[in-house]
Ligand binder design. Structure first.
Ligand code: F6R
Length: 367
């Protein structure tokens, strides 16, 4: 049942290339230059009338929403707000018929997310669900569904559901950009081409995991560590930190790299591991400055970056791990993979029950 893998989590990490391909299947036209979303009820007129978007979800799905909503804001130029579902309806969010509410849920049964969906509909919003279970409560009640085709996810720690959610969001963002004309057909085609390379790029990372495994064994000895990043890297480290906490029980914080010096830098002391995700070229120099701040206080820094930046970064960090090159917007679909593996191998090293971490359930049906 685990297909030769020791754990469902590792199996599901390895199923990601297939999950990416399946989630793209039938949603890119024959020319390979245009996104098509068969069955979408959101009309072009409706897409043109939207003036705000709320992305609402819990846990890992929320983290996928952070990346996905950012992609929409960048490509479609509509303001996007992000909420964890357990907070959303209690802050009386401003919801109008021109609001598109996107709920994200692997299981489609998360109680808080379902309640947020109902609140949004009661206020006249169109609710689009990104979900992995088409017969779920959330899929049934939503006005629209974009299914992720990750296949069943058994491990409590979500991996392939997260990355398939990213793919679904990229497709939605491109689709809306086509309708609103915020990206030219050439720009759309360029992003699609890069998306189509992602599965093979993930395969190449999964073929060579020794460095991450060795590093995981090193961090497994620690009780606290930090992840830092800027922009989309910050969104991805939030997921990496959650994954690590969830199955290795190592305490970690994910920090916006530029925010550290406003207080948390006080916690950086000799030997503390800091994992710096530094893939976003536009803020790379700034991230390097922040890396130097923690290095100066004795942190042991591991950087994850594109191959071309490894040599440069090695002047400021203790070790570096390279991921394949892609567009900055798509990088999360690659950069999260070493973080998933890091959590997996750290959990293994600590002798934990990887697939069934303590205190957690796969589907959270209580508020
Ligand atoms: C973490 C994890 C949880 C879920 C969260 C939402 O690995 O799996 O954080 O992401 O409970 O679940 P869904 O997506 O089913 O709504």
């Amino acid at each position: 049942e685990k297909g030769g893998f020791d754990h469902f989590m590792l199996k599901e990490i390895h199923e990601q290339p297939k999950a990416y391909r399946d989630t793209m299947l039938g949603r890119i036209d024959a020319s390979g230059r245009k996104v098509v979303l068969p069955g979408l009820k959101l009309t072009d007129d409706k897409i043109r009338s939207i003036n705000s978007i709320h992305v609402v979800a819990c846990g890992t799905a929320y983290h996928a929403g952070l990346v996905g909503g950012t992609a929409i804001e960048q490509l479609v130029r509509v303001p996007v707000a992000f909420d964890v579902a357990s907070e959303y309806r209690y802050r009386s969010p401003l919801i109008t018929p021109e609001t598109l509410v996107i709920v994200v849920s692997q299981s489609g049964e998360t109680a808080d997310t379902l309640a947020a969906l109902r609140e949004a509909q009661a206020n006249g919003a169109h609710v689009l669900a990104v979900t992995n279970v088409v017969g779920s409560s959330i899929a049934r009640d939503a006005d629209d569904v974009i299914a992720t085709l990750a296949g069943p996810e058994i491990a409590v720690a979500s991996t392939k559901a997260y990355t398939s959610q990213l793919i679904a969001f990229y497709l939605l963002a491109l689709y809306m950009a086509q309708v609103r004309g915020t990206k030219s057909p050439e720009e759309v085609a360029h992003v699609i081409a890069a998306m189509q390379s992602l599965p093979e790029q993930v395969e190449s990372m999964l073929a060579n995991t020794d460095a991450i495994k060795t590093y995981a064994e090193q961090i497994a000895k620690h009780e606290h560590l930090f992840f830092i990043g800027r922009g989309l890297d910050y969104a991805v480290v939030q997921e990496g930190s959650l994954k690590l906490k969830e199955i290795s029980y190592i305490h970690s914080e994910a920090y916006a790299a530029g925010e550290l010096k406003h207080g948390t830098l006080a916690l950086i002391e000799e030997g503390i591991p800091v994992i710096a995700l530094a893939t976003q070229d536009s803020v790379l120099e700034k991230t390097v400055s922040n890396i130097k701040e923690v290095k100066a206080r004795g942190a042991d820094v591991m950087a994850i970056t594109h191959e071309e930046h490894v040599a440069g970064l090695l002047r400021s960090v203790d070790q570096a791990f390279a991921i394949p090159q892609t567009l900055p917007l798509l990088t999360p679909a690659l950069s999260v993979v070493p973080l998933q593996l890091l959590a997996y191998y750290a959990s293994l090293e600590r002798g934990n029950d990887v697939d069934k971490p303590r205190n957690l359930a796969k589907s959270v049906t209580v508020e």
